[in-house]
Design a binder for this molecule. Structure first.
Ligand SMILES: Cc1ncc(COP(=O)(O)O)c(C=O)c1O
Length: 408
């Protein structure tokens, strides 16, 4: 399918909104994406015509709801290049998925003295669970050193990935630096020393083709809401041989095989990790989101975002006093730029941009250690997606220049 951004925009009703009389320019996609009508319709249609609890009923509605839910599992597995649908577990989001690997698997896998290798740029959702795992197991956290441009060198990988490392936890794409980390290479080096790799794909799965088998990772997590889907749904993919020894972390209905007064046995994978009534409508919405991005084509989305990134970087580098966090070359990064402007607080920039109808985010973006390392309290982040245009990014640059005039 050819990529027509203006046609795509028509699928997103919220893009018709005005903010204080100005057209909305939505550049907060790294926090959450907007939803196309097809996703909204799928959720409404589910509630209007199929709503029932899944797996436990033999009436028609329950069977339909179960089929919709399980169809999405198949779609998600295909989307990630998984070997089988059962390797795909639905959670409430990337955070819950990472917590499930941490407390269902890593606490039993790691021992005292083992090293968990990660980066200071990780989102708190992919750092704090591992701090806690380290505390419980006696394992130690170690950190890759990133270059000034927020990249990971081959030399650094070879220095840090030693036989003491048992686990590497890394974002596929940093939500602040925008860096695309060399996950495939990390997996090769990790496996050569017998370590496993957990990938936080929250910022990658929505924006680029991901194939967990060609990446070679052991676990991969992402959230539906950053990929045109609803909030409250996420995915944990894991290799079946690692899911088998993984323990459930939430207990209750739907995850058991047999129950007696004092003990219980678990249902098959993936059901043992999906206790209670799941977010069925949300999963159905994720299915519609996957259909949508696949119809557009992940490669087309990636290409469009790359063009916007190159265009935006070129312009931002002309703004005096503006510091771009992360790689300076567009090819090394994804569709987001976090920055600071000398002498102006990021929150003030965001406020001025908001008055121009532009939605960006400022703060530490759940990466306090990274901001501390960069010696800045906060940054402003603009992040784009398939429906954003060059004209919108030109307006961003214009508005930053305007903010400088007002605030200095
Ligand atoms: C890199 C990264 N990891 C994890 C998360 C957590 O995602 P969620 O809040 O959807 O669980 C985010 C969200 O911003 C993120 O950017």
């Amino acid at each position: 399918m050819s990529f027509d951004v203006n046609k795509i925009r028509q699928d997103f009703p919220i893009l018709n909104r005005k903010i204080d009389g100005k057209p909305l320019i939505y550049l907060d996609n790294a926090a959450t994406s907007q939803k196309p009508q097809a996703v909204i319709d799928a959720i409404v249609a589910y509630y209007q015509t199929h709503n029932a609890n899944i797996h436990r009923g033999i009436h028609t509605l329950s069977e339909e709801a179960t089929q919709l839910y399980e169809n999405t599992r198949k779609k998600t597995a295909d989307f990630l290049g998984a070997r089988k649908p059962e390797e795909t577990i639905f959670t409430s989001g990337a955070t819950a998925a990472l917590n499930l690997v941490a407390f269902g698997w890593a606490v039993n896998y790691l021992e005292e003295g083992d090293i968990i290798l990660t980066a200071l740029s990780e989102h708190h959702s992919n750092l704090i669970p591992w701090q806690n795992v380290a505390e419980r197991t006696g394992a130690k956290l170690a950190f890759f050193a990133l270059t000034e441009n927020g990249e990971l060198t081959e030399e650094e990988l070879k220095t840090k990935i030693t036989e003491h490392v048992k686990l590497i936890v890394i974002a596929h794409i940093s939500n602040v630096l925008g860096t695309i980390f060399p996950v495939k290479r990390i997996c090769e080096l990790a496996h050569a020393v017998g370590a496993k790799v957990v990938v936080d794909g929250a910022q990658a799965a929505p924006h680029m083709r991901v194939n967990v088998q060609s990446l070679g990772c052991d676990f991969y997590a992402f959230s539906a809401h950053k990929m045109l889907g609803p909030t409250g749904v996420g995915v944990l993919w894991g290799k079946m041989e690692l899911l088998e020894p993984m323990e459930p972390t939430v207990f209750g209905g739907g995850m058991i095989d047999t129950v007696s007064p004092n003990c219980a046995t678990w249902a098959e994978i993936p059901y043992r990790f999906e206790a209670g009534t799941p977010n069925i409508a949300g999963v159905v919405g994720l299915g519609a989101a996957i259909d949508y991005v696949q119809t557009i084509g992940m490669q087309n989305i990636e290409h469009h975002e790359q063009e916007l990134t190159a265009h935006t970087l070129r312009q931002l580098t002309t703004i005096e006093g503006l510091r771009i966090l992360g790689p300076k070359k567009a090819q090394a990064r994804a569709g987001l730029v976090a920055f600071t402007v000398r002498g102006i607080h990021p929150h003030d920039i965001s406020a001025v941009l908001n008055s121009a109808g532009i939605a960006v985010r400022s703060g530490h973006h759940c990466t306090m250690p990274l901001h501390k390392e960069l010696e800045i309290p906060a940054s402003t982040r603009a992040s784009w997606y398939l429906y954003n245009t060059k004209e919108e990014l030109d307006k961003l640059v214009e508005a930053i220049n305007e903010a400088k005039k007002i605030l200095r």
